[in-house]
Design a protein. Structure first.
Length: 887
């Protein structure tokens, strides 16, 4: 029987109970699913066992128990809008579950569930009710036998709520649910009654009896291997055990909400604190798995969660960032919300979590300040039941960057309706403008409307560039200076050309486009040998998902519509692009294998001269890690692995472990998979045939480009060799400069640095003597010593160092000097005086006399003014000090 009712105690009790009953324990799988493109996030306990249920995974696992972290913020299961407004909805929650894969079925599943709630949790059987699917007489009889319940305590439900399926086709079966009765003081009716949506009767456990297979025709057949899938919400059962009917009243959420109220200084608006508490937890777990806020896919979900919470922080009239101050409760061992024991990733990623929460909330606050007053003004004219114009919603989104979902949140709270048609009409018009603008920019002189017209007349270009560097092709259309009626292009003309077939790779997947030549080989049915009709291909774009546009400059002769040309890519450049693209795949693989398996690609650029790879990680790579990556890269290059590509079904690719980027769009039926050793990625780019062709690999920089995102730049092949030679050249130049053999350069530089430091110390000492000789005025104001003086010929950094060296706790020092036609004041304030005056306060004090600017901290400040004459600054300061210290 349970002795404590903390969430962590309940989690441990559940797992231990089923382990003692022969189940294998499985830790929670990640929220981010790497092998199931149908789900953005794990949303149920059975997700990590999906391949076992469907027999795709051949592991010999008979039973399992887990506490699975889940997120429901999109698609069929989206609880985001309900969070804070109901007692039971969360974006992030934990699902306790036990599973059987052909080991036991209904009877034992019911026995285990009953024993746990009655013997381990010691729930009052009088408060329990059971539901079964109306056709599942077997489950009805088993519950009656095991629980000794009367018929009225076992309710038959006809709706699909009590029949579960993995999809329209595949494994399915009836469900049975255990409900807890909170008593007459809470409104609500039994399951199956009109009042069932009340809070009185709460479902605490769902048992799925997976015994059928559904065909495309909807027919059910008995599965040869029957399975059990159960789910119990940890937060819900914690509420039952803690005697509350509101999940937000359990000790975990109470700790988070208490911190929200404490830090914000606002105990009102309970809904706001609930939303903030829930969203902090969700965001923290997503960031811990490598997500960073962005504008697409999973990254946007994270951004949406943080921004939604930020809006509620704004409602509390709290002007600072709040979420990052609440998060530490989750990793504080003394807190009732402590979760880092079971989820150590929270502790590992704490710095990144705090940084991202703080930065994202700060950045969005500016948008809230600008946009919310405008929305509020529009809403003053509306009442419940009215419609907010789609034009207004779009203007807030398009002009101020105010998220539509937050606008919908706000108007929903007030009973105001959404002008869906008006908004989406505006969106469609904006997309059309954007698409045409993009076409113009991406194809230089192109007019988007022209190419839309051309597209109607021609099929997609046939790309053959994976296997061919040169092909013969026919010129179908040319556009020049926004004119689609061009029939001939002459020397010097810049023209965009459409052909029926091309070897030119168009920029995609981060890889730059091919360049090369077009040479006319046949015109008007006549072969042209040694043709001088040549065009340079400077860029290639794929527009409308299949129309390849070649941007060209006519080098000699002319090109005419209907010409047959030899289209030849720059093979040397292509080989460099291939080497860098394959190296990018290997780099991604090594980062995940050697640094952190949660690393996710955030972007890339594959050029011919270098590669760039952006990835999620919360700290700078160490020199040791960089060397490890370079060594592993060189190992894989030397091993000369074959690079294989194959076309397959998207689901098959994911099942085989291929990595897909959620920022890319993939065909639901066929995708291209690039396999390099153990690296598997969906990719449309060009690659080497063997890793040995990459030659060598060198990281030239590693840096931060955004909160939680790092960037590696690297070179391969000849460019890497050139880089090594340049570094070697610099080394020899340094050796020559310091008059040392190369092997002794570091020793010589260290010697020079020591000598330089000694000379610097002597120089500082000389300057200090100059300050002393120029005279320092010492005045007693109350109990403090005020030292001040006017200097000349002394650098400001020396003045700062002098003050810090001589400053004592009950002293204020102020020196001024003229530098570049400005008078500079440097102020130092002793530690014991900070409670009454800080050095930074002198910015305002001096500004009262002369217009000035500056800054500093409690101990040291620097102020600059164009007024070189000291006027009455010193006297004004003395008057202020007399006032401050009551002297």
């Amino acid at each position: 029987m349970i002795k404590h009712n903390l969430v962590s105690d309940l989690r441990r009790l559940f797992i231990d109970f089923f382990v003692k009953n022969g189940h294998q324990f499985f830790p929670s799988s990640p929220l981010i699913i790497k092998d199931d493109p149908s789900l953005l996030f794990t949303n149920a306990g059975m997700v990590q066992f999906k391949q076992i249920f469907t027999s795709v995974d051949g592991r010999s696992i008979n039973t399992a128990v887990s506490s699975q972290k889940c997120l429901r913020v999109g698609g069929k299961h989206n609880d985001l809008e309900n969070v804070g407004h109901t007692n039971r909805h969360h974006t992030f929650f934990e699902m306790l579950g036990n599973f059987s894969f052909g080991s036991y079925f209904k009877e034992h599943a019911i026995e285990l569930a009953w024993n746990f709630v009655i013997k381990e949790l010691a729930l009052d059987r009088k408060r329990l009710y059971i539901t079964v699917y109306h056709d599942d007489q077997d489950a009805f009889n088993l519950w009656k036998k095991i629980s000794s319940f009367s018929d009225d305590k076992i309710i038959k439900i006809k709706t699909n709520d009590n029949f579960w399926s993995m999809g329209n086709v595949g494994p399915c079966g009836p469900c049975s649910e255990i409900f807890y009765d909170y008593g007459e003081s809470v409104k609500g009716g039994l399951p199956g009654t009109p009042e069932e949506d009340g809070a009185r009767f709460t479902e605490i456990w769902n048992l799925v009896f997976m015994e059928y297979n559904r065909t495309k025709e909807g027919e059910l057949s008995v599965l040869p291997r029957k399975c059990i899938d159960t789910g119990m919400g940890l937060e819900r059962i914690a509420a039952v055990m803690q005697g509350v009917h509101d999940n937000y009243d359990i000790n975990l959420f109470k700790a988070l909400i208490a911190m929200s109220k404490k830090e914000s200084g606002n105990s009102s608006c309970e809904i706001a604190h609930r939303v903030i508490a829930d969203h902090v937890r969700s965001a923290a777990f997503l960031i811990a798995e490598g997500l960073t806020p962005g504008n697409e896919g999973r990254d946007y979900i994270l951004r949406r969660i943080i921004r939604r919470a930020a809006r509620y922080v704004y409602m509390l009239k709290y002007t600072d960032s709040l979420m990052y101050k609440i998060f530490p409760v989750l990793i504080d061992e003394t807190s009732n919300a402590y979760m880092a024991d079971y989820y150590p990733e929270l502790l590992k990623a704490k710095d990144m979590i705090i940084s991202i929460l703080k930065t994202e909330e700060e950045n969005f606050k500016d948008t809230l300040v600008r946009a919310l007053p405008l929305l509020e003004k529009e809403l003053t004219y509306l009442s419940a039941g009215d419609v907010l114009s789609g034009d207004v919603i779009f203007r807030l989104y398009d002009t101020y960057g105010f998220p539509v979902d937050i606008t919908l949140d706000i108007i929903k709270e007030r009973g105001i309706r959404f002008d869906e048609k008006g908004f989406y009409d505006n969106m469609e018009q904006q997309k059309t403008r954007s698409r045409l603008s993009h076409l113009i920019k991406s194809t230089e002189q192109l007019n988007g409307k022209i190419w839309e017209d051309i597209r109607q007349n021609y099929n997609n270009t046939r790309f053959v560039g994976y296997d061919n560097f040169q092909v013969q092709s026919k010129i179908l259309s040319m556009v020049m200076n926004n004119d689609r009626n061009v029939t001939v292009a002459n020397v010097g003309d810049k023209v965009s050309i459409l052909m029926d077939v091309t070897p030119f790779y168009a920029e995609a997947g981060g890889q730059q486009a091919d360049t090369g030549l077009l040479s006319v080989v046949r015109r008007d049915g006549k072969d042209l040998f040694g043709s001088s009709n040549i065009a340079d291909v400077t860029n290639t774009k794929n527009i409308f998902d299949g129309l390849y546009i070649h941007e060209c400059i006519i080098k000699s002769g002319s090109l005419i519509i209907g010409d047959i040309v030899s289209a030849e890519i720059n093979s040397h450049r292509r080989k460099d692009l291939c080497a860098n693209h394959s190296a990018t795949h290997l780099l991604h693989y090594i980062l995940r294998m050697e640094i952190d398996n949660n690393i996710m690609q955030k972007g890339s650029l594959v050029g011919n001269d270098k590669l760039r790879f952006d990835f999620s990680y919360n700290m700078a790579l160490t020199e040791k890690q960089i060397k490890l990556i370079e060594n592993r890269m060189c190992d894989l290059i030397r091993q000369n692995h074959p690079v294989e590509t194959n076309i397959c079904n998207l689901q098959d690719a994911m099942d085989n472990g291929a990595i897909a980027l959620f920022t890319e769009k993939y065909d639901n039926h066929e995708v291209r998979v690039v396999n390099i050793g153990n690296s598997k990625e969906l990719c449309c780019g060009t690659h080497v045939k063997y890793t040995g062709e990459i030659g060598c690999f060198k990281i030239i920089s590693e840096s931060s480009i955004a909160c939680g995102i790092r960037r590696i730049e690297a070179v391969t092949g000849q460019y890497a060799i050139d880089y090594f030679r340049q570094q070697e050249k610099v080394l020899y130049q340094v050796a020559e400069s310091v008059k040392s053999p190369v092997e002794d350069v570091l020793v010589q530089i260290d010697k020079i640095n020591r000598e330089n430091q000694e000379l610097k110390q002597k120089l500082w000492a000389a300057y200090f003597d100059i300050i002393d000789m120029q005279g320092v005025n010492i005045e007693k104001i109350g109990n403090i010593n005020f030292l001040h003086g006017t200097l000349s010929g002394v650098p400001i950094d020396v003045v700062r160092k002098f003050i810090m060296k001589r400053l004592v706790k009950d002293m204020i020092m102020l020196f001024s000097n003229v530098v570049n036609h400005n008078r500079i004041y440097v102020v130092g304030v002793g530690n014991s005086l900070h409670s009454k005056v800080k050095a930074a306060d002198f910015v305002k004090i001096i500004n009262c006399v002369v217009k000035s600017k500056g800054g500093g901290n409690a101990q040291l400040a620097q102020i600059s003014t164009e007024y070189i004459a000291e006027v009455n600054v010193i006297q004004h300061i003395k008057d202020e000090l007399v006032s401050i210290f009551n002297a």
